[in-house]
Ligand binder design. Structure first.
Ligand SMILES: [Zn+2]
Length: 1035
């Protein structure tokens, strides 16, 4: 999967780095109407009085929908009292009965409770007196079968014969034959699945996954005899159990058949419906799938764990005017009853259930041959003019991967489909990759260079999965990083070779930002080891985070730097060849690397320390003469005590040390690059006296470095006098590290601010973007405490150090992706300030720039910033809304929508969010972007946070608990808070959710982040004020 929070290239800090940010105890806008953040003639902003006015608007406009009115009213600062009761109502603790109704009457509840207790007691006693595993036949693959695994009760009140969340290993599926008929008028589908199963251990039950399916009947074929069988359901674990009339014997094969019906899903997972409007305004429907990680079970009963690989024969009944697509090429089409047509697809290769896919609808395509594989790109008919670029890019990348992995793409065809409604960025279903429209479609007129970069990166990612993930799959979701870390890593490798102009190779900045982003998240106590224990569906969903993707890719880069490009590639090929069509653990990859490289280094031992522990190392360097002393500990931002770095639980032997591979020192004015691998981390002795020292060449290692008071002073001096002596990435790395250390209190904020002043002479983007990322976090926090003068002083400071670079890059004829990223980061941070201070002088000074503005040859990447400025006035906003309705390119629409959402007028914002939540003129898939954009602005940020609280149930229904989208919404709406009141509010909201959110790791992260923000403000606000005061005094 390709998950990304912000489609447009926002500065990294806005995406992830939530260190500081936002607002005081006094800032509750609903409570204090006097505080007004911005001049009223520029911005429409609604303090309390207007909020009430909005309530009036709610009554007037929305009175047909009681609930909408109520949520709007609450959103506007009204009572939150009713929320918990509504939560309670829907959180019935009973499973659904077969007709879908919930909530049993209380007398029955009591009886059932007593009955359940009775069963529990007897089962506990029975288990106690029986030898281990008697009940858990085949279930002992899960260690620790403990007393708590008492069998649960199925929906019909009988005992469900399996207690584990994971399936038993007593049987294995070999082959599925699946017939599906999605009805795009009734929005239901019916299915028939026939599974060939082999028996590994004697058993009299078959336990498999099924969720939300209405089982109509089931039968089993044993020794050529058919038996009708009973099916028990246990919805809590998404499991069904088939009770077999006679014991299945080890080595025997049987065929299980199940008939079922279900509704096409309203969310973005499972077998779901999607719609789009034709040019003439008609709504058209299609049905598509998104199964990763745990939704195949919502489309057909199956063994929905990645290591139950099997072959699939899929048949789809469809209307004549529709097209059906699946993983494999179509074998035959047959007319069947009711004027329908049945498409039968070829039998698939052996694969995991989460990679199965099918789509039915009116899609059109263009195709091209790539080394014997037919590559096709599909989109809705209206967007046929936007698929050409994707086809060319895919062909080129596919050929690259076949060469790189030395394994041909194993299927005859590869389809890429832009699905109008899609939650993630893309999904790597084998042979049928699905995308959201913004990540596949490229419109020559409205798409920008960065849009092209994103399309190419996402295709590169998904194609890498066809090998890494599809051909070789992780055994279980704890090793998801093998899939996602590797695919993320390969984006850079493949693009470097295929599309160097896009500047998304390992040598470019993008990968650097990836590493820094991962380290920021990993520095929290709520982080997790890259290979983490997971069991439940939510835990599985939660694995799709920055750690699996970005930390995974960062560790692979570090390993590659250590082993060399050649060894790394050979090890990868060995791994893919050895485990083709199989499943693996992390260790298998390391074993393959071990086979290739020389014997001295044990990759497995080395990498274990990085994959089994959470966090990233902090290395402290002290230098005396020729001696360099190194000490390592965990880089942990902790709020509990003053000294906040050591992870004492883990001891001092925290990490092994591949980081010495990139040691630069300057000895008597010449560089010595030491790239030896040190097995012990203590003291290095070099031949000559060290003048200054810089570790972690190009930030290729996953760790930060503290050079001590003296060491930092030397480096700051070096940057100010001769910064180009260090690489661009090293400069960015120093900026990152010093701010990280400032947040720990290891260096002062003053030192960090002192360092970034060298940027006056900086021409490269990476250091600028990194500095902006750090400073933006601080500005956000300051701004939302309504310290507006202070925020303005910071922006003045930033402008003063960066204006030269801005003039250098802005509005040049040929602007590179790197430069655009830099400019967007700057303009995004400056926001309104950018209009007043940055743009206006340009407009006055330079008539060509003025022309650029007026006649619209503005680089399309800057469109969003310009639109955002336009959206600040009422007329401008209306104009943009109209433009949004008419725009046909998804990327253009997204840019306009983000501009619309950056309004300070909360009435408009609420309208946008409601419109999107109800899937009216704005797609619900875009709601997260509205919420996230609004969260950046003072005032609207509270509106967005309230909206999330009020509509939590709906958001979770649509986007799934634990999903990347939900994680992102939580992070972006709360990471700005820096006061104790907000901390309490956030805590109590999530506490009130109970099993509908309080247990999420991201919630712990959000709370930890606010605690850290509070601590940061307590420690540094005074310093910051003083530093800026002195600076202004001087200038
Ligand atoms: Zn992926």
């Amino acid at each position: 999967t390709f998950c990304f929070p912000d489609r447009a290239p926002l500065p990294r800090n806005m995406i992830e780095n939530s260190m500081f940010e936002e607002e005081p105890d006094v800032v509750d806008l609903a409570k204090d109407p006097r505080i007004h953040p911005l001049e009223s003639d520029e911005i429409e902003y609604e303090p309390r009085s207007s909020r009430l006015l909005v309530r009036g608007l709610g009554e007037h406009d929305l009175d047909e929908d009681e609930e909408d009115y109520e949520s709007s009213a609450r959103l506007l600062g009204m009572s939150f009292m009713n929320r918990s009761s509504s939560l309670r109502n829907s959180a019935s603790s009973y499973g659904r009965s077969s007709d879908g109704s919930c909530a049993l009457p209380s007398v029955r509840t009591l009886c059932l409770g007593a009955f359940v207790m009775g069963i529990i007691v007897s089962v506990v006693m029975v288990i106690y007196f029986l030898p281990k595993c008697t009940f858990a036949k085949g279930g002992c693959h899960k260690e620790n079968q403990t007393m708590e695994q008492v069998y649960p009760i199925a929906t019909d009140g009988r005992v469900f014969p399996w207690a584990g969340v994971r399936l038993p290993s007593s049987v294995t599926p070999l082959h599925y034959e699946l017939v599906l008929h999605p009805n795009l008028i009734t929005m239901n589908f019916s299915g028939f699945v026939q599974m060939t199963i082999t028996v590994n251990q004697d058993t009299n039950k078959i336990v498999l996954h099924s969720s939300g399916l209405k089982i109509e009947g089931a039968a089993i074929t044993l020794a050529a005899r058919n038996h009708l069988v009973q099916v028990l359901e246990y919805p809590t674990h998404n499991q069904i159990a088939v009770l077999v009339p006679e014991t299945l014997v080890k080595g025997q094969n049987c065929v299980l058949m199940i008939n079922y019906t279900a509704s096409l899903s309203d969310s973005y997972s499972g077998f779901y419906k999607s719609s789009y409007k034709t040019k003439t305004g008609e709504t058209r429907w299609l049905a598509a799938t998104q199964f990763e990680p745990v939704a195949a079970r919502t489309a057909f009963p199956c063994f929905d764990e990645p290591d139950f690989k099997a072959t699939f024969l899929i048949k789809i009944n469809r209307e004549k005017h529709h097209k059906a697509l699946s993983n494999m090429p179509k074998n035959v089409s047959t007319p069947i009853e009711n004027g329908l047509v049945q498409d039968e697809f070829c039998v698939s290769v052996k694969m995991s259930t989460y990679l199965v896919a099918f789509i039915v609808g009116e899609l059109q395509n263009i195709s091209k041959d790539a080394n014997g594989t037919l590559v096709s790109v599909y989109a809705v008919p209206e967007k046929q003019d936007q698929i050409q670029y994707a086809l060319e890019a895919t062909v080129k990348l596919l050929e690259f991967y076949e060469k790189y992995f030395k394994i041909n793409y194993p299927l005859q065809k590869l389809d890429l489909v832009a699905v109008p409604d899609f939650q993630a960025g893309a999904m790597e279903n084998w042979g049928l990759i699905t995308f959201t429209e913004t990540t596949l479609l490229y419109d020559n007129e409205t798409s920008s260079l960065l849009d092209k970069q994103i399309v190419t990166i996402v295709i590169a990612h998904e194609l890498a999965h066809q090998w890494f993930g599809n051909l070789v799959t992780m055994k279980w979701w704890n090793d998801l990083w093998l899939n996602e870390g590797f695919a993320t890593f390969m984006e850079y490798t493949s693009i470097a070779k295929t599309f160097p102009d896009l500047q998304a190779s390992e040598d470019d900045d993008k990968f650097l930002y990836t590493r820094l982003k991962a380290m920021a998240k990993d520095s929290l106590n709520s982080s997790h080891p890259i290979s983490a224990k997971v069991e439940t569906s939510e835990q599985v969903e939660e694995m799709f985070d920055s750690i699996s993707y970005e930390k995974g890719a960062s560790l692979l880069l570090m390993l590659k730097t250590l082993l060399s490009e050649d060894v790394f590639q050979k090890g990868t090929i060995d791994y893919l060849k050895t485990y083709s069509y199989g499943n693996t653990k992390s260790d298998d990859l390391w074993e393959s690397m071990n086979k290739i490289k020389d014997k001295k280094l044990d990759v497995k031992e080395l990498m274990k320390t990085w994959t089994h522990q959470k966090g990233c190392p902090l290395v402290t360097v002290t230098n005396k003469g020729k001696q360099i002393q190194l000490r390592q500990e965990r880089y942990l931002r902790s709020f509990s005590s003053g000294s906040s770095t050591s992870d004492t639980r883990q001891g001092a032997h925290y990490y092994l040390d591949p980081f010495c591979m990139s040691l630069w020192i300057l000895i008597e004015k010449k560089f010595v690059r030491i790239s030896t691998f040190y097995s012990q981390l203590d003291t290095i002795e070099v031949a000559d006296e060290v003048v200054w020292i810089k570790f972690n060449l190009n930030m290729n290692g996953y760790y930060i470095v503290d050079y001590g008071e003296d060491g930092w002073a030397k480096l700051i001096n070096l940057l100010k006098t001769n910064h180009t002596i260090l690489s661009e990435k090293d400069r960015a790395g120093l900026i990152n590290n010093i701010f990280a250390l400032a947040s720990l209190g290891r260096v002062t904020l003053k030192q960090a601010l002192d360092l970034v002043q060298y940027l006056v002479t900086e021409n490269c983007t990476a250091p600028v973007v990194e500095a902006l990322s750090q400073l933006d976090s601080i500005i956000k926090m300051v701004e939302k405490r309504e310290l507006l003068n202070l925020a303005k002083a910071m922006k003045d400071f930033i402008y003063s150090i960066l204006q030269r670079g801005l003039k250098l890059h802005l509005f040049t004829e040929e602007i590179s992706p790197k430069e655009i990223t830099g400019i967007n980061a700057l303009l995004g941070l400056m926001n309104i300030y950018s209009v007043q201070v940055c743009f206006v002088p340009f407009l006055q000074l330079d008539s060509t720039v003025l022309r650029t503005f007026l006649f619209g040859s503005l680089p399309t990447d800057l469109m969003k910033t310009v639109f955002s400025v336009g959206a600040l006035t009422s007329d401008g906003w209306k104009f943009l809304l109209d433009m949004y309705t008419r725009a046909s390119s998804a990327t253009e629409k997204m840019k306009i929508l983000e501009a619309l959402a950056s309004t300070y007028d909360v009435r408009k914002l609420i309208w946008l969010m409601q419109e999107s939540l109800q899937e009216n003129s704005i797609k619900t898939q875009d709601l997260p972007y509205i919420i996230i954009t609004a969260s950046k602005n003072l005032g609207p940020h509270l509106c967005a946070w309230n909206f999330v609280q009020e509509n939590w149930e709906k958001l979770v229904q649509k986007f799934h608990l634990g999903s990347f989208t939900i994680q992102n919404i939580i992070t972006k709406t709360t990471s700005h808070f820096s006061t104790r009141n907000r901390l309490r509010e956030v805590q109590s909201f999530f506490d009130s959710l109970k099993d509908k959110g309080s247990q999420l790791r991201i919630v712990q992260e959000a709370i930890e982040t606010i605690q850290l923000n509070i601590q940061w403000m307590d420690r540094n606000l005074g310093t910051l004020q003083e530093w800026l005061r002195n600076r202004t005094g001087l200038s």
